[in-house]
Design a binder for this molecule. Structure first.
Ligand SMILES: Nc1ncnc2c1ncn2[C@@H]1O[C@H](COP(=O)(O)OP(=O)(O)O)[C@@H](O)[C@H]1O
Ligand SMILES: N[C@@H](CCOP(=O)(O)O)C(=O)O
Length: 323
């Protein structure tokens, strides 16, 4: 690829776990990050939009590091990069911003280097970097991903989301890093809890594959991580327990939180009641939150048209691709 060329990639947000599928299930959502990458004379990282506050705009940026790692693994001579990032994915809220950053950087750097790695190799790299395959799988492949990683190799199978599914993400206005939300998990669990999660997660995969949306409220319950993370998110137990009574098919902590995700059937009754209930319950617990209705995103990370320098501001790219 010539020195002048830029690569543009769009990568979706994701919700991981869907309740019991801890480190296993992920679903891509229609909130995106855009990456513009090219070779440069000196390292440059430009951040656009309201969602990248606190993210470093230098070589210590996660995307910059991930891209350089891929280029080194591809045998490219070390050269500086220019990376522009525009993101609408809230950071540290459980909507897969780090997975989107890792996958976006891998896909863009791979394209810049002339595609030395196939999708499976990108998935292996992304899983090793993120340390769990659920949201990187969804960000890379789109749709719903069922994934397993044994520390060496990750496998993933994609399920097409049922067209009736729609998500309500209620996003508290506080940050909760995945690292912190993992630090409260116990080192071991009882056999009873493990069995409960295996059965619910398996049922959930079967339900999502066959359109049995009626079992989601049962299948989305979890005993492995949500009970321990509740202490970090006031209002979470009431919301998860009562959401089905307000019209949700099921509800879960999104990723490591603090966002809560309710799934609904778009063909069923109006869902204003559910949104009001979730926001009001958070408010009653002292938490301000924002509600966003989201669609499952069937496409994973995508390389967009090569603009060949026609457009330099990533804001413009966003305008062009969203039409
Ligand atoms: N576009 C980005 N560029 C660089 N780093 C990013 C980007 N998006 C996310 N990150 C990094 O990922 C961190 C958030 O990851 P994490 O705690 O796993 O939360 P989540 O993935 O749920 O948003 C941010 O604090 C930041 O360090
Ligand atoms: N399985 C992970 C998922 C973390 O997702 P994120 O969106 O919060 O980064 C976990 O539950 O820790």
């Amino acid at each position: 690829m010539s020195n002048e060329q830029r690569v543009y990639v769009r990568v979706p947000a994701s919700t991981a776990n869907l309740g019991p599928g801890f480190d296993t299930l992920g679903m891509a959502l229609n909130l995106y990050a855009w990456v513009e990458m090219s070779w440069a004379a000196a390292p440059e990282v430009e951040l656009y939009g309201d969602h990248l506050e606190g993210v470093p705009a230098n070589e210590s940026n996660l995307m910059y590091e991930v891209a350089q790692n891929l280029l080194a693994a591809a045998g490219e001579p070390s050269r500086p990069l220019r990376i522009g990032i525009y993101s609408e994915i809230p950071l540290t809220r459980g909507l897969g911003s780090s997975a989107a950053a890792i996958v976006g950087a891998l896909v863009a750097a791979n394209e810049l280097a002339g595609r030395p790695f196939c999708d499976d190799e990108l998935f292996q790299m992304a899983t090793r970097l993120e340390k769990h395959p659920d949201n990187v799988g969804a960000a890379l492949f789109g749709g719903i991903v069922v994934a397993s990683w044994d520390g060496e190799r990750a496998e993933a199978i994609r399920i097409e989301p049922d067209p009736r599914l729609k998500g309500l993400a209620v996003i508290p206005k506080f940050h909760l890093s995945t690292a912190k939300a993992r630090s409260v998990l116990p080192a071991a669990v009882e056999m009873k809890e493990a069995v409960s999660n295996i059965s619910r997660s398996s049922l959930l995969v079967a339900a999502l594959s066959t359109g049995r949306l009626d079992v989601l409220s049962h299948a989305m319950k979890d005993s492995l991580h949500q009970p321990y993370r509740m202490q970090l998110i006031p209002g979470m137990p009431e919301i998860l327990e009562q959401a089905p009574a307000y019209g949700a098919l099921g509800a879960a902590l999104s990723g490591a939180g603090p966002t809560l995700l309710a799934l609904v059937d778009r063909t069923a009754e109006a869902h204003d009641r559910l949104e009001r209930f979730m926001l009001e319950t958070f408010r009653a617990n002292g938490i301000e939150a924002e509600a966003i209705w989201l669609e499952p995103c069937t496409e994973g990370a995508q390389v967009l048209t090569h603009y060949d320098g026609k457009c330099t501001l990533i804001e413009n790219i966003k305008g062009e691709v969203s039409t």
